[in-house]
Design a protein around this ligand. Structure first.
Ligand code: SF4
Length: 319
């Protein structure tokens, strides 16, 4: 199939420790979401912190065991895959983390950081390993001299390049980029995006690009999914989502992005979201966005909106 990844009715619940009344609470971090990613494309996954987007990324790699649902990678269900099968699949799926400071071991040289996955998967030793590390450094815009240095000797942007090189070491097909630019200076963000873009072209990679705002994913994403409180509320081709947002939450997120053109700015009035995101332990009945939605009707409290539409654009809203 042309889809490298297909996710059907995925749920990830966490059981929280017993509280005051001795009852367990269930945190529904990801609550019944479905989406697919075509080979070679980038799907942006956007939402406020706590919406479940990072949990989605981790569950796809089975760093968290899914509570329910199906994750098909290359048509194989990885939820039921054996440990040895999962090891093979893991090679094809890698992750780039948000914090290039915390995710690199400060006591390891760059060569060992990038070479570690080669050791784990038994891919290269001795000279071949060294050559491969140098090749990976070049691929991300660093050079061989960097191999013997330690992470603290690099800037934030360079560290993220090292993280990218490590993810590429095992020749993955699919990379989950978990807020890879959020911790970087604005001036560096575009460089990392450009690097990821170039690598996608040359290596034919597929990305899931997780971010907390739409502006960050706009340029790199072919399609964008918007999450709110454990649900995908809207998914569409990027251009379509920006030109014709349907969900009130997406509209609010979009209205927060400054636009240079005053004429467009006039038409697009700023929608301020009132209140905080409700707790995913006790989400609102019906539509989960209703407590903050300016367009909520009676039905919104009674019935959960169905996620529907066509292959270019789907939305979950009663309007
Ligand atoms: Fe707002 Fe109702 Fe649509 Fe939910 S279903 S986003 S509350 S209008």
């Amino acid at each position: 199939s042309e889809n490298i990844l297909e996710v059907n009715n995925l749920k990830k619940y966490f059981q929280l420790a017993a509280g005051f009344f001795g009852k367990f609470s269930i945190l529904k971090a990801v609550d019944d979401i479905s989406f697919s990613i075509k080979r070679g494309e980038t799907l942006g996954l956007v939402g406020e912190s706590g919406c479940g987007k990072t949990t989605v990324g981790r569950t796809l790699l089975r760093l968290y065991e899914p509570t329910a649902g199906e994750i098909l990678f290359d048509n194989e269900d990885i939820v039921t895959a054996s440990a040895s099968k999962m090891r093979q699949i893991r090679r094809k799926m890698q992750m780039i983390f948000q914090d290039p400071y915390a995710s690199l071991n400060p006591r390891m040289t760059v060569s060992d950081i990038i070479g570690e996955p080669l050791d784990i998967h038994g891919l290269a030793k001795g000279k071949a390993r060294k050559d491969r590390v140098h090749e990976l450094l070049h691929l991300v815009g660093l050079n061989a001299e960097h191999a013997t240095r330690y992470p603290h000797e690099f800037s934030g942007g360079q560290r993220q390049r090292i993280g990218v090189a490590r993810a590429l070491a095992v020749e993955p097909e699919f990379i989950i980029c978990d807020e890879p630019i959020s911790a970087l200076d604005v001036s560096i963000q575009a460089q990392v995006i450009n690097l990821l873009d170039e690598l996608q072209e040359t290596l034919g990679l597929t990305y899931l690009f997780i971010a907390h705002d739409l502006a960050m994913v706009k340029h790199i994403s072919d399609r964008i999914a918007v999450m709110y409180l454990g649900k995908i509320v809207e998914i569409a081709d990027s251009d379509e989502l920006f030109a014709n947002p349907l969900h009130p939450y997406t509209k609010a997120l979009l209205s927060a992005i400054p636009v240079p053109d005053p004429e467009i700015a006039m038409k697009r009035k700023r929608i301020i979201l009132e209140g905080d995101v409700p707790s995913p332990i006790n989400p609102p009945t019906g539509c989960r966005f209703r407590t903050r939605c300016g367009e909520a009707k009676e039905i919104c409290a009674e019935q959960e909106p169905v996620f529907k539409g066509n292959s270019r654009h789907k939305v979950a809203c009663h309007l």
